[in-house]
Unconditional design. Structure first.
Length: 354
């Protein structure tokens, strides 16, 4: 009697070598899972038989399986068939185990997989957990899994797969946030280019008019005509950009950014009450383990540092008396970017330190 295919393996055909090694070294050699208990569309001994409707075969295998492995790589994410198998695996009664392969990570794996246990294919602890799940689900006797053999085959699989990936690297996938940041950056560059072209034309016209000026008073009047905004207008535009860039952060993260940028090391950050926000910021590389802002790892944080630098440089300029008069009318905070009141009143940003 033909044995039931307890394991269903969903993968991209471009990742066949990785899957072949997983079946050979992990399932067969290390765990003594016979090939007739495995369904895999590209591996010898587990393929769909010639002349069989492949859709029916896949559906039957999915329905019978106790465990569905999803080998999620950039190739997998680009395959319509694989994404359909992922969706189908979701509604079966089998245990679904997504195996992510770098550069796929917990953020780029996909929304549908977030509630499920996700394992890293080339992580020893993940493979140990997979061994335990398989042993329990497939009722593999302890005497068929030798510890030394398991350790050796596990390490052999990891080393062999890493060598294969080194010679056949994936393109790094973009997560949604990175994609949106690139689009925003593109739009900003296009706007900047348009503004530069307009500014160039304006300057050319200014030069021509200045050539016609007869004295200093005419020069001053011409310059005034070509000046669209005041210094205070420019200042408020910069502060609004900083505010917009930091608004999405929780006040505790803004407090960390303030402390780091202001170099105020004596400020104590006690973030225990906001662990969820801190963990999220750590996961996104916005801050580091020492609770300091990291302006080098992401486009978003680099942009924030750049905006703060521009504002700081602007405030250090030799500004007109009209600017200071207007500032004193509008605000009570010191004109100092390292001052907490400036952030709260001028930038309109709450800061938490604990």
């Amino acid at each position: 009697m033909k044995k039931k295919q307890d394991i269903f393996i969903s993968h991209s055909g471009k990742d066949r070598q990785i899957v072949d090694d997983f079946i050979d070294l992990i399932l067969q050699n290390a765990l003594n899972v016979t090939v007739d208990r495995i369904f895999c569309s590209s591996t010898d001994g587990t393929k769909i038989k010639s002349g069989t409707d492949w859709r029916d075969s896949i559906l039957k295998a999915l329905q019978e399986a106790k465990i569905n492995f999803l080998f999620i790589s950039p190739n997998y994410k680009e395959s319509e068939v694989c994404m359909n198998e992922m969706g189908a695996a979701w509604v079966t009664s089998a245990k679904v185990i997504p195996l992510i392969i770098e550069p796929i990570n917990y953020k780029t794996v996909g929304v549908i997989q977030q509630p499920i246990q996700i394992e890293k294919l080339l992580d020893e602890k993940s493979l140990d957990r997979i061994r335990d799940i398989l042993q329990e689900s497939l009722e593999i006797p302890n005497n068929l899994i030798k510890s030394d053999r398991w350790t050796a085959k596990k390490k052999e699989f990891i080393l062999k797969t890493k060598a294969y990936l080194k010679n056949n690297p994936f393109n790094k996938p973009l997560d949604r946030e990175e994609f949106e940041e690139l689009i925003l950056e593109k739009n900003d560059l296009e706007t900047t280019l348009t503004n530069l072209i307009e500014e160039k034309i304006k300057l050319e016209n200014l030069i021509e008019d200045l050539k016609k000026a007869k004295d200093k008073s005419e020069v001053k009047e011409i310059v005034k005509q070509y000046s669209d905004t005041s210094e205070f207008d420019d200042f408020e535009e910069l502060t609004q950009k900083v505010c917009d860039a930091l608004t999405s952060f929780h006040p505790i993260i803004r407090g960390i950014i303030f402390k780091t940028y202001s170099n105020k090391e004596k400020i104590t950050i006690n973030a225990q009450a906001y662990s969820d926000y801190v963990d999220e910021a750590l996961a996104n590389d916005y801050i580091n383990e020492e609770l300091e802002a990291d302006f080098s790892q992401t486009t978003k944080m680099a942009k924030i540092e750049s905006l703060l630098d521009k504002l700081s440089i602007y405030m250090e300029k030799d500004l007109s008396s009209e600017f200071y008069e207007k500032y004193e009318e509008e605000y009570n905070a010191p004109l100092k970017i390292s001052n907490k009141l400036f952030w709260e009143e001028v930038l309109d940003l709450n800061l938490f330190f604990s």
